[in-house]
Design a protein around this ligand. Structure first.
Ligand code: HEM
Length: 470
């Protein structure tokens, strides 16, 4: 390995001292034998086991620095795979050739958690579900959730007020963002039933999701218990459609009202799978991004100052934070984009070719597994110079990027459905809390990354909090 790559690799490793935390680590990437298709490509002769675990990041970085951006890999069971780290090829693959792939058998175990919801389904099932769910995520509909989102942020501000007045003046932003993210997505899904049914007895039965990091079998079983609770809400709504507040907009109402081309709606099982999918996909990713954003803002006062200036000049005191106003927060958008570059929650995903086809000069055979890592791509020096430096200027409005270079939300028809939702939520959270509180790191130690299905911080991030003078 050249010295510069070695240094880069080591410093990144120091930055992300990786822990093996997931018992279901190889969840997505289970492989089985097939014929060799990419023997002419560079790659190691020995087999490589790749999965959503810390060792795989180390391995992917080694492969990239030793063999380049297109590497042939063979699994221990002999299945042919390809690690692709070239933006143009990734873009072509996910956008133009999306129909040549499914998500692969590695998703079988994720199905234990998410059933056959949108993230794991393929083919006609996925197309039907996406068509039926997409309208709930139109901008017009999502704007109806902004007031609710803002209220969640204001509640957090009240909590932070107390923390800032407390003796140790510390905020656990990891916990805070997880709790806030979970509350926010559950309110978006269940509307007034969140208060009336979900947390009616004072406890949040979904609460374990924001505390448990393992996503192991125990969590799968707990999620199964949630299904009966969700089913009760669905049955209640079917019996008394007017029971949920008519002024409420929520995803459940939207999903219950949708039909496919044949006029058939979601079955109860399908509805349950989609609700669990939206819950899990919807809170952990945005909450994780905000967790890292607070850490980065707290340790970069110059970025903090620019954000404050933006809020001060664009948000008049007492102004309603509506979609038009949120759209003007361009520097906030840059900060979030840059956070997502350095810490993409979905740091590795796969596809499996269901047919043979040509990807540029590459002949891809049926059955080939493709590995794409937003984290490796976003931190490859050749694609992002000074890749480990936090620099929101990379996303300044006058900068253009090659297609496929920013991958946090994936690309093409399977691109994240909740992208706009998450930016509304994340901008509101920063715009509500940052002008009220100053956060500062408690020590110089960098938080470490934990790599499982999602990228998280391995320990909770604690920051010093002080109220700003008003
Ligand atoms: C910072 C926030 C988020 C990030 C970085 C993120 C990232 C991603 C990525 C990379 C995928 C594609 C995975 C693949 O192709 O294998 C995805 C899919 C998806 N995401 Fe997100 N996500 C975020 C927030 C959300 C939110 C808030 C929701 C829902 C409220 C959501 C719902 C979904 C759904 C339903 C899919 C499956 C789409 C499909 O296959 O048709 N995500 N997300």
């Amino acid at each position: 390995m050249p010295r510069s790559s070695r240094l880069h690799y080591r410093s990144r490793l120091r930055h992300c001292k990786l822990r093996h935390a997931y018992s279901c680590a190889n969840l997505w990437l289970v492989m089985s034998p097939s014929d060799s298709v990419t023997s002419s490509l560079p790659g190691p002769a020995e087999p490589v086991a790749l999965g959503v675990d810390p060792q795989s990041l180390i391995k992917l970085r080694e492969l990239q620095s030793e063999y380049g951006d297109v590497v042939a890999v063979k699994s221990p069971k002999g299945r042919q795979g390809l690690f692709i780290n070239r933006p143009d090829l990734i873009h072509r693959l996910l956008v133009k050739h999306h129909d040549k792939f499914n998500k692969g058998p590695g998703f079988e175990r994720v199905k234990m958690l998410l059933g056959n919801g949108l993230i794991v389904s393929d083919g006609t099932t996925w197309r039907r579900s996406r068509r039926m769910i997409q309208p709930a995520f139109s901008r017009k509909q999502l704007h109806k959730l902004i007031d609710m989102m803002h209220k969640c942020c204001l509640n957090r501000a009240e909590r932070w007020e107390r923390l800032a007045q407390s003796q140790d003046q510390t905020v656990d932003v990891t916990r805070e963002m997880n709790d806030a993210g979970l509350e926010l997505i559950l309110r978006a899904i269940f509307g007034s039933d969140y208060d009336n049914s979900i947390v009616a007895d004072g406890k949040n039965p979904f609460g374990f999701l924001s505390k448990d990091t393992t996503r192991d079998l125990r969590v799968v079983l707990q999620v199964r218990e949630l299904r009966s609770l969700i089913l009760k809400v669905i049955e209640q709504r079917r019996k008394q459609p007017s029971a949920s507040d008519a002024s409420d907009y929520d995803f459940l109402t939207m999903l219950m009202g949708q039909t496919d081309k044949e006029g058939v709606g979601f079955s109860d099982k399908e509805l349950l799978d989609e609700i669990i999918t939206l819950t899990v996909a919807g809170y952990e990713t945005s909450a994780g991004t905000l967790n890292w954003a607070w850490h980065l803002i707290a340790s970069h006062p110059e970025v903090e100052s620019r954000l404050l200036r933006e809020f001060e000049t664009k948000i008049e005191p007492g102004a309603e934070l509506d979609s038009n106003l949120l759209a003007t927060l361009s520097y906030t958008q840059q900060v979030l984009d840059e956070t997502l570059r350095l810490y993409p929650p979905v740091w590795l995903f796969t596809r499996r070719a269901v047919t043979a086809f040509a990807l540029g000069d590459l002949a891809i055979e049926e059955g080939t597994d493709i590995y794409i890592s937003p984290l490796v791509l976003h931190t490859t020096e050749a694609h992002w110079p000074n890749a480990n430096r936090f620099d929101p200027e990379r996303y300044a409005p006058d900068k253009t990027h090659e297609d496929g270079l920013s991958l946090a939300f994936s690309l093409g028809p399977r691109r994240c459905l909740g992208e706009y939702f998450s930016f509304l939520e994340m901008k509101l959270m920063l715009a509500t809390l940052l002008p009220r509180f100053q956060l500062r790191p408690q020590c110089d130690v960098q938080p470490e990354c934990e790599l499982g299905i999602n990228l998280r911080s391995s320990n909770a991030i604690h920051l010093n909090i002080t109220p700003r003078a008003t």
